[in-house]
Write a protein that binds this ligand. Sequence first.
Ligand code: KG4
Length: 342
Amino acid sequence: MSDKGITILGIESSCDDTSAAIIRDEMILSNVVAGQKVHEEYGGVVPELASRAHQQNIIPVVDLAIKRAGINRSDIDAVAFTRGPGLLGSLLVGTSFAKGFSLSMNIPLIEVNHLQGHVLALYIRENGQEYNPPKFPFLCLLVSGGNSQIILVRDFLDMEVIGQTIDDAAGEAFDKCAKVMGLPYPGGPHVDRLAKEGDPIRFEFSRPRIPGLDYSFSGLKTNFLYFLRDHLKENDNFIEENKADLCASLQHTIIEILMSKLKRAAKETGIKEITVAGGVSANSGLRNALKENAGKYRWNLVIPKFEYTMDNAAMIAITGYYKYLNKEFIGQDTVPFARTQL
Ligand code: KG4
């Protein structure tokens, strides 16, 4: 460790973004994300193509992250990587790179759970920016393409999932329904954009009746599909003529499902410190609903900056930093996990 602080290189390769970031203590020095356009024409991520693209991207992305941070490789104290959950082939690229980097630089290797990374993204500091991270304990609504969870966060490395989806994730519901409307992948941002011009209560879609704090989105997806199929039988242009209202009503339903369990979790735990993370937290309707409820129930709401809600290595680096302080290192025999719990 130099007297400048602890410098961590973070590597993220769990799905279709290759990312590398440098963090010094909690301060972000660089965060480079290379997306993969190759999947667009397939309407979803093709795992084999994702791993190949990661292999091509990883070295230039890490190189750029180090350059943008204005540091030397020898300034890095440890390398943190996403061990899971995610696509196994994609995770293997980041894991292998991190192992090689740790071995060649003779620095510790730190494994990071991707979901924990999403939560701890709330603690990233930016030069010259206000810093208001949440106070423990808090609840985090983690909503992404692969996960929908309510997490009770007691400390940096002490988290418990108290509710989660039993089938599809909220992001999947956005993406799959968008796909049947002919919108490009990923559909979430397109639904968000079109919803702004539509009527959120024009169409009513089904809401699950799942006990406790768990979620379910597969029923809504099927309901949406059958609803379109029935209307298309009578009018070939039904989707085109009603796209904004369809998007607004779909988004409204997803948000209501998400918010109902979050409100329940806040009530049951008595926690008023509320945060959100994951790609779907970029949704403008969800952000508005969170703000409205924060006013109503006196929550202290912490919403992360947009660029740290999507998959990125800055969140892996900050988690690596807290694990470094705890000396939670891992050996060279580590392997990635496609499915892991918090
Ligand atoms: O966390 P994330 O980047 O990675 C995965 O877990 O894959 O989340 C991606 C998900 C996708 O399902 C995408 O459609 C959704 O986040 N998403 C949105 C919006 N922006 C991204 N969903 C709704 N509204 C948005 N504005």
